[in-house]
Ligand binder design. Structure first.
Ligand SMILES: [Mn+2]
Length: 413
C-alpha cells in the first residue's frame, strides 16, 4: 500500500501582469496554497508528495522564491519529489535546478533530474522522465518504457512526467504529446502527469491523472484548485484517486449583456452580494457586453459602484456599444431596403401581439415599406412555429431588433 499527493503546474513566480499592482497578492496566494498542501500531506499521513512539472513559472525565478518553496515543502517532513517541466526544464547551468539553491535543497526535497528509477518507501518505485526543453514533438512518457523494464519486479510502479494527453484536437503536436496508454505501455500502476490546468482523470483505464493547477490562474480553470490523493493497495491494483481542495483564491467571471439594463443591474447586485463574504479571496472579472443606451449603462454602473470596491482584486471589462437611437434606426431603414422590410415586419408583429405600436416608431403600414406581411400571414407563420401571439411581449420584439442589430456587419451599422 502506498499513499501520496500528486500535484503539478504551480508556476510559482508567475507575474500576472494583467492584474497590475495585484500581481504580488496573486503570487503570495500560490505560496499559501503550497503551505496548505504541505499541511494536508501531514494530516493525511501520506508517504510522499510528487510534483509533476512546472513548480516554477520559468528558469529565471529568484533564488529566494526557490528557497521559500523548498522550505514550505520540507517543513512537512514528508519526502517530496519534484520533476522539471516545460516551464522549468532542466537545461543549462543557469536553470533553476542547476543553481546552488537546488543543488543543495533541504532534507527531504528530491529533484528528479534524470530518466531513471527512484525508491519511494518500501513498496514503491518512482519511474521518472523529466523535461529538458520548452517544446518537443516526442512523447515524454516513452523513456518510461525502458526505465520501467529495468526496474526490480514486485514493487508498485509510479511513473511521472509532464506533457499533453494526445487527445485528438485537444493537444498541439509540439507540446509533449503523451500516448493515451502510456501507463499500461510502460507497465506502470499509475502515471502522474502535469501540464494542463484543469483536473483530468480516467485516462488509460484510470491509471493516468492530470490534477490541474492547485491555484487557478485564469477564469477558465473550472476544475482547478485541487491536488490528488492517490492510494495504490498493491501491484496491479487500480489507483484510488481523491481530490483534495487547496486553492486560496476563487476566480469568478460574471458576464452580463446590458441589452436589458434593469435585469442586468439586478443580476449584478445579486451575484456580487452572493460573492461578498469571500470578497478578499476572490479574483473578480466583470465583462459587460451588448448594445445599451447611456441611461441603461448608467443604471448598471450605479448597481456596480457600491459593491465593486469591496473586491480588492477586480477588473471591469466594458465591451458594450452605444445602442442605436431613433435616428440610427431611421438611417438603417433608409440605407438598407431589405432591413427596412424586416423591421417593418417586426413592428407589425408587435402591433398584432400587443395592440400598440413600438415606442418611438411610426405606426406600421404608413411608410409604404413594401412588406406584404398581412395579419393572416403572421398567424399562419406563428401557428407553424407553434408561437402563441398572445405570449409575445414588447421585450421579445425588442430582442428581435437587438439580435438583428447585433448580427449586422460592422460597416452596415
Ligand atoms: Mn507545463
Amino acid at each position: 500500500m502506498i499513499r501520496f499527493l500528486h500535484s503539478a503546474d504551480w508556476q510559482l513566480g508567475a507575474r500576472f501582469t494583467q492584474f497590475g499592482g495585484h500581481g504580488a497578492r496573486l503570487r503570495e496566494a500560490r505560496m499559501e496554497t503550497l503551505r496548505r498542501m504541505a499541511s494536508e500531506a501531514v494530516r493525511l499521513e501520506v508517504d510522499f508528495m510528487c510534483i509533476a512539472g512546472d513548480l516554477f513559472e520559468d528558469n529565471q525565478v529568484a533564488d529566494r522564491l526557490v528557497a521559500d518553496a523548498f522550505a514550505i515543502l520540507a517543513s512537512s517532513r514528508v519526502p517530496t519529489y519534484i520533476l522539471p517541466g516545460n516551464h522549468d526544464p532542466i537545461s543549462g547551468p543557469d536553470c533553476v535546478w542547476n543553481r546552488p539553491v537546488a543543488r543543495h535543497p533541504p532534507a527531504g526535497i528530491h529533484i528528479l533530474r534524470n530518466v531513471g528509477v527512484t525508491e519511494v518507501g518500501h513498496d514503491a518505485l518512482l519511474i521518472v522522465s523529466p523535461l529538458s526543453q520548452k517544446h518537443s514533438t516526442s512523447d515524454p512518457s516513452l523513456p518510461l518504457v525502458a526505465a520501467s523494464a529495468s526496474a526490480p519486479a514486485g514493487r508498485i510502479r509510479i511513473g511521472i512526467t509532464h506533457g499533453s494527453p494526445a487527445i485528438a484536437s485537444l493537444h498541439q503536436e509540439n507540446d509533449f504529446p503523451i500516448a493515451l496508454d502510456a501507463a499500461s505501455r510502460a507497465d506502470l500502476d499509475f502515471l502522474a502527469i502535469g501540464h494542463w490546468h484543469n483536473w483530468l482523470e480516467g485516462l488509460d483505464g484510470g491509471r493516468i491523472l492530470m490534477p490541474g493547477t492547485p491555484e487557478p490562474d485564469r477564469f477558465s480553470n473550472d476544475s482547478a484548485g485541487r491536488v490528488a490523493l492517490v492510494e495504490i493497495a498493491e501491484v496491479g491494483a487500480l489507483p484510488r484517486i481523491s481530490p483534495v481542495a487547496v486553492a486560496t483564491l476563487d476566480w469568478k467571471l460574471l458576464e452580463l449583456d446590458l441589452f436589458d439594463p434593469a435585469a442586468a443591474a439586478a443580476t449584478l447586485t445579486a451575484r456580487l452580494e452572493f460573492l461578498l463574504p469571500r470578497a478578499g479571496n476572490t479574483v473578480l472579472r466583470i465583462r459587460m457586453s451588448g448594445a445599451v443606451d447611456p441611461a441603461g449603462h448608467g443604471l448598471v454602473s450605479s448597481a456596480l459602484e457600491p459593491l465593486i470596491n469591496r473586491f480588492p482584486i477586480h477588473q471591469v471589462v466594458d465591451e458594450t456599444r452605444l445602442a442605436p437611437g431613433p435616428a440610427d434606426w431611421a438611417n438603417l431603414r433608409s440605407g438598407h431596403p431589405l432591413l427596412a422590410e424586416v423591421l417593418s415586419d417586426i413592428d407589425r408583429l408587435e402591433v398584432l401581439a400587443t395592440g400598440v405600436a413600438p415606442r418611438g416608431e411610426a405606426p406600421p403600414g404608413e411608410g409604404g415599406t413594401g412588406s406584404d406581411l398581412t395579419p393572416a400571414t403572421v398567424r399562419e407563420l406563428l401557428t407553424a412555429s407553434q408561437t402563441d401571439i398572445a405570449a409575445l411581449r414588447p421585450e421579445h420584439l425588442a430582442a428581435m431588433r437587438h439580435l438583428l442589430f447585433e448580427h449586422l456587419p460592422e460597416d452596415a451599422r
